[in-house]
Ligand binder design. Sequence first.
Ligand SMILES: [Zn+2]
Length: 371
Amino acid sequence: MPYTVPKLTDYSPAALASAADECIAACQSESAEVRSDGDLKIFRDRWMARKNGVLTQINDLWLKGAPKEAKREAGMRVNELKTRITELVEGTQVSADAGSLGPACVDISLPGIRRPVGAEHPVVKTANEIVAVFQKLGYSVAEGPVVETDYYNFEALNFPPNHPARDTQDTLFIAGQQSKPQRERLLLRTHTSPVQIRTMEKMRPPIRIVIPGTVHRNDPPDASHSPMFHQIEGLAVDTNITFGDLKGTLDHAMKALFGSSVKTHFRPSFFPFTEPSAELYVTCFICGGSGKREGNSPCRPCKQTGWIEVLGCGMVDPNVFEFVKDNGYDPKKVSGFAFGMGVDRLALLKYGVDDLQYFFQGDVRFLQQFG
Ligand SMILES: [Zn+2]
């Protein structure tokens, strides 16, 4: 029985996937039956013809017939299916009748199957750009586990025992750990900072590292929150590192990332693992610091202030060095600075995207724009 496009009544993801699989299987089996140039033309027309080809019918029956709430999912599925069928049809060649000629009839002069070229995800691209700026300053990349112990995520970073971040409201803990001492309990790291301690345990000073990675917090997903997001942290430790080094390094990095005309501005802040601590602001790279867009309309990304907060930073708290003192980090002899930024938020600002969720839904129509 030749394949006919079914009318869909069930638009659940599972039903859409099974209908798509059936269609691909039918196309594959018809492709294998193509024995002559004539067959090939009929096969191509049957699947690809604009007027009443199988793909056109799928568009009409599945997409236009989809109920409103299923349109988005159906659109994604149909697009994937179209790409797959187009690849299959374009890759189909006239095959010899089984048994008569064998593999000798492969025509290597025919064009090959064109595979679509992928592109970097906008978050990965932004992370790579940030890492590259610091690599040029001599920083190396350090990584660490996403499932961490309380010790590395909190204790060694000078979080007091009752700090609110240690609450299940904010942190995702692995279940069934109550019998372990608190410092050994496992959790999904809430920041990339534990890698600072892990690296200092392994490497003696001086060090200069950047740490890109995923982190998790107990936040329901919305336009500006996600239970999983990306951070990049940096750490520099040496003798005689001052707050001036911190300012100079970050001012240079911001100019390299956002353009040489941006100005930087530090405001006092608090983090358990740095003292003193600051938040770094740059002049809004969308309105140039004026707070207004073209036609005097308000600039939303900077809330009309002309400044955008990009990261937190500070001088490493001597209490943090105490945890790695035995590896050469005597707080009387070394000093250092650390900084950390949210990559997803910077990517949102940079590309003018207004909903963080677009980055994680895997919708090819959205991601294609960055190819
Ligand atoms: Zn602005």
